[in-house]
Design a protein around this ligand. Structure first.
Ligand SMILES: Cc1cc2nc3c(=O)[nH]c(=O)nc-3n(C[C@H](O)[C@H](O)[C@H](O)COP(=O)(O)OP(=O)(O)OC[C@H]3O[C@@H](n4cnc5c(N)ncnc54)[C@H](O)[C@@H]3O)c2cc1C
Length: 459
């Protein structure tokens, strides 16, 4: 015990500046402002021992989804969250409940894993949307749902070819039919944005209020008997033959199994296995005041369809049910106040460039959060190498509303023996490797942003 406590005092090593990890307060966002506070959870005792069957680190969609399934299977389950549940990306995202999870194109996935494994991954993505859909229906949760699928908008004529290719691949791998729309057709449907050259309507997914969904998941967890501890940062994990021990300050938690559900907020050294494998990236969102009908018509965007563009450094946007407009994109390269101010200004410029009629409309909210890439550009659901009792579900590449919910649930089903690693498949089941020269990940990111920016603009 004394050995472990001395290790617990070692600080968690993270990739960004401390500003990205201030868990004392829920970050201000339109979502947090428009939903009541979650019922208070327990605080960890300052010292002492706790015992649980399953200990889960991280109280976002992944952790709570795994917790729900495991509690329903009769295990005692405890979730340890450094802030409040939903403090991380799950309480701050764009609310696109959609396909995704990997940054590899269908073509690259098929080259690496073959058609069957790529189709299996497509089935997981569709099942992920269905899971959220069913949860919302079963819980009769009001999550401000809207949008029948999503529109991918070509940001220049040269990208129309890519939309047609995407349509073919979606049919081939996922069995999804998508429909191409010309600019005129988009305008008729109330989707007019500067520079767009056409769109592909992908008939899968919907938009939701991410914090209302999180709150419904949280409620379901409490009803199923999950114990949720907030302001409970875990500092160290240690496994022995009979159990796994988590340390938080002077508190020691002993469990049969533990799950790492920390995604973009993971520490490099907890466990050491993570070192150099993930690349958290900052994504930013702004929200305007509600736009009245004539303001919406002035820009020509009246649709409730959620949309994103074909830029590599993409923008994602949708009109919220109360008429506000939400616009998201990259959130800069650092988490310093200065870096965040600059990123905000860039995002606003990009918003105005696409939606010039709304140049003078007040922006009431701006915030950012960490999404998570891995070296393999695929999610990972499975056992942590070198451990028998530690599992992880991480790296959804900015698409975790559906996928994190599903991956947490899938991992829980693996732990209860209801799915095998071959059901999970190689795309999600093979662990990520370390980035080469991993200490330079943020510098790569900077170079990549420069290169992608050039590609999006000029090629
Ligand atoms: C701005 C933004 C917009 C996005 N938009 C979309 C979108 O529209 N659609 C979509 O599908 N996806 C989107 N995403 C991605 C999506 O939000 C994430 O993939 C998803 O929320 C991941 O859920 P999670 O539970 O794995 O991680 P998170 O929700 O990030 O939760 C991880 C939690 O772990 C906790 N934690 C970390 N370390 C510790 C520790 N040592 N001890 C205890 N707790 C710890 C953190 O406090 C955090 O709350 C977006 C992400 C961002 C940042």
């Amino acid at each position: 015990m004394s050995h472990m406590l001395s290790q617990s005092s070692s600080p968690l090593r993270r990739l960004y500046e401390p500003g990205a990890y201030q868990t004392a307060e829920l970050p201000r966002s339109f979502w947090a402002d428009s939903v009541g506070t979650l019922p208070a959870c327990q605080a960890l005792p300052a010292s002492g021992d706790l015992k649980t069957d399953i200990a889960i680190i991280g109280g976002g969609y992944t952790g709570l989804s795994a917790a729900l399934r495991l509690a329903q299977s009769g295990r005692s389950v405890s979730v340890f969250e450094a802030g409040r549940p939903g403090w991380g990306a799950s309480g701050r995202n764009g609310g696109f409940c959609c396909l995704g999870g990997s940054m590899l194109s269908w073509g690259n996935l098929a080259k690496r894993f073959g058609d069957d494994a790529s189709r299996q991954f497509a089935r997981h993505q569709l099942a992920a949307i269905d899971l959220v859909d069913h949860r919302i229906a079963n819980w009769q949760a009001d999550v401000d749902r809207h949008s029948d699928g999503e529109m991918v908008l070509a940001h220049k004529a040269g990208r129309i070819r890519d939309l047609h290719e995407e349509a073919r691949e979606l049919t081939h791998f996922a069995g999804i039919k998508s429909t191409f729309h010309t600019v005129e057709s988009l305008q008729e449907q109330g989707m007019n944005a500067n520079g767009i050259a056409g769109g592909l309507h992908v008939k899968a997914g919907f938009g939701l209020h991410p914090f209302k969904y999180l709150a419904a998941l949280h409620k379901a967890c409490l009803a199923a008997g999950v114990q949720i501890f907030e302001q409970a940062e875990i500092h160290h994990i240690e496994e022995s033959t009979n159990n796994v021990t988590l340390i938080s300050g002077d508190c020691q938690i002993t469990a049969d199994q533990a799950i790492l559900a920390t995604n973009g907020y993971s520490a490099e050294n907890m466990p050491q296995w993570l070192a150099g494998k993930l690349l958290p990236v900052i994504s930013g969102i702004l929200v305007t005041r509600p736009l009245n009908d004539s303001e919406q018509r002035e820009q020509g965007w009246t649709s409730n369809m959620m949309a994103y563009d074909t830029r590599v450094l993409l923008h994602y946007f949708r009109k919220l049910p109360d008429g506000r407009f939400m616009f998201g994109g990259r959130g800069g390269l650092d988490a310093t106040p200065d870096g965040q101010q600059k990123a905000r200004a860039v995002l606003i410029d990009e918003f105005h460039a696409m939606f010039p009629a709304w140049r003078d409309i007040d922006i009431t909210h701006h915030w950012n959060g960490l999404a998570c890439l891995s070296q393999s550009y695929r999610p990972f659901v499975g056992q942590v190498n070198g451990y028998q009792r530690l599992w992880a579900s991480i790296a959804y590449h900015g698409n975790g509303v559906a996928m994190a919910s599903y991956a947490g649930d899938l991992l829980a089903r693996k732990i209860t023996g209801n799915v095998t690693m071959s059901d999970i498949g190689p795309v999600m089941g093979l662990p990520p490797k370390r980035f080469p020269l991993s200490g330079l990940r943020r510098q790569y990111r900077w170079l990549a942003y420069c290169a992608y920016g050039f590609y999006d603009r000029f090629l």
